[in-house]
Ligand binder design. Structure first.
Ligand SMILES: *Cc1c(COP(=O)(O)O)cnc(C)c1O
Length: 389
């Protein structure tokens, strides 16, 4: 007989998914409802009310796209780009490149401006690269998970406004970890995911569209190529008429509802402060061990720390040992940074003192096993940031 699958109890400190809170796991396992059940629709309405403040918006068109973060990215780009339009995309990591790829598939004339992986992009270089062309859309990654870089949104928003372009941003790793400020930054479209800062299972993509973006979509000269991601059809389901479009996962809705409820219970500011504190402690710990961080402190994301793999240490061997002996997952590098980087996620439910001390202690053991001599006591240095006791 085949046994029921029993996943091991891991601690997930990679770039996502993050650890799911017990009450979210319970919510996910609640009885399934039909996608038009009035009780489910009520839960969805409440969920939207909980989601808006986390995005920092009052946009009515704030909801969930079925699918992971990439589905949200594709939804925003597919609805807001028409073939032949100029789209400006600064790329300083893996996910910026994904935006450029999807925009190109939407038929855009993509102005891709490549910058160094590990630093933020420079708006002045992007302005020069436009060479007088008028972009219809500017798309930037707020939290570049491949490198741990935080991109300041204000100058990009200003650049978009100067050209009368829509401004959209990837907030897949920022939602629930750091402030986004959709309204403050005049963001016309943003997408995220449920398995990083929200600490739910993956499978939904929170999105928000400004009224201006919804108008732009309605004024398109041709239909959105994707039926599944058509914003007009999705809004007919989520808003008043509740017309069937696809069978949304009620269980994921409950999970996201509970994950958002937990954020509000803790308080948005308190959650951001917790994330920042836990991250400062982790950085102090890495530095005490003698490890280097890829990104300078001024551009560093608290929720995703990119640590350089020291000379002579085997990336895969360390991560395999962490996983197999300590049930602890961290991420490796992507693209050119493969084998050179560890990516540590301190997101949502997983951003705790316990997890940071556990990681620093187990990582030290693995580093010593590789013949690396730690400079000092990482766990003690991290603990000191929390005030010792
Ligand atoms: C994780 C991630 C994505 C992709 O999300 P999926 O849920 O894996 O589809 C996109 N952008 C960024 C910045 C991410 O970190």
């Amino acid at each position: 007989m085949i046994q029921s699958f029993q996943p091991p109890a891991r601690t997930l400190l990679g770039p996502g998914p993050s650890d799911v809170a017990p009450s979210v796991s319970r919510a996910l396992a609640a009885p399934t409802l039909g996608h038009l059940d009035p009780k489910l629709l009520g839960c969805m309405d409440e969920l939207r009310g909980l989601l808006r403040p986390v995005f920092g918006t009052s946009h009515p068109a704030t909801f969930l796209v079925s699918g992971t973060g990439t589905a949200g990215m594709e939804a925003v780009l597919a609805n807001l780009i028409e073939p032949g339009e100029v789209v400006l995309v600064p790329v300083h990591g893996y996910f910026g490149a994904r935006i450029a790829e999807i925009a190109a598939r939407c038929g855009a004339d993509v102005v891709r401006v490549d910058g160094e992986w590990g630093r933020a992009s420079d708006p002045e270089r992007a302005r020069a690269a436009l060479g007088g062309r008028q972009p219809k859309l500017v798309a930037v990654v707020h939290a570049e998970t491949s490198t741990g870089v935080r991109q300041d949104l204000a100058p990009w928003s200003a650049l978009a406004r100067e050209h009368g372009a829509l401004f959209v941003t990837d907030t897949v790793t920022s939602l629930g970890c750091i402030p986004i400020g959709v309204d403050a930054h005049h963001i016309d479209g943003a997408w995220s995911c449920t398995q990083k800062g929200l600490s739910c299972a993956s499978g939904m993509s929170p999105v928000t569209f400004s009224p201006r973006a919804v108008e732009r979509m309605r004024a398109r000269s041709r239909k959105v190529q994707s039926f599944y991601l058509d914003l007009g059809l999705l809004l007919e389901y989520w808003d008043g008429a509740h017309v069937y479009h696809h069978t949304i996962s009620s269980n994921l809705i409950y999970g996201v509802h509970e994950a958002l409820r937990l954020i509000h219970e803790e308080g948005l500011e308190a959650r951001f402060a917790r994330t920042a504190l836990v991250s400062r402690a982790a950085c102090a710990g890495f530095e005490a061990l003698g490890l280097e961080l890829l990104v300078p402190a001024t551009e560093r994301l608290p929720q995703l720390l990119a640590v350089r793999v020291p000379e002579g240490v085997d990336d895969v061997r360390v991560r395999t040992r962490l996983l197999q002996q300590f049930d602890l997952e961290i991420g490796g590098g992507l693209g050119a940074l493969k084998g050179k980087l560890w990516r540590v996620g301190l997101m949502g439910h997983g951003a705790t003192r316990r997890n940071v001390l556990f990681l620093l202690a187990t990582l030290r053991t693995c580093l010593e096993g590789e013949g690396f001599r730690p400079k000092g006591d990482g766990a003690a240095a991290a603990d000191a940031v929390f005030g010792g006791r």
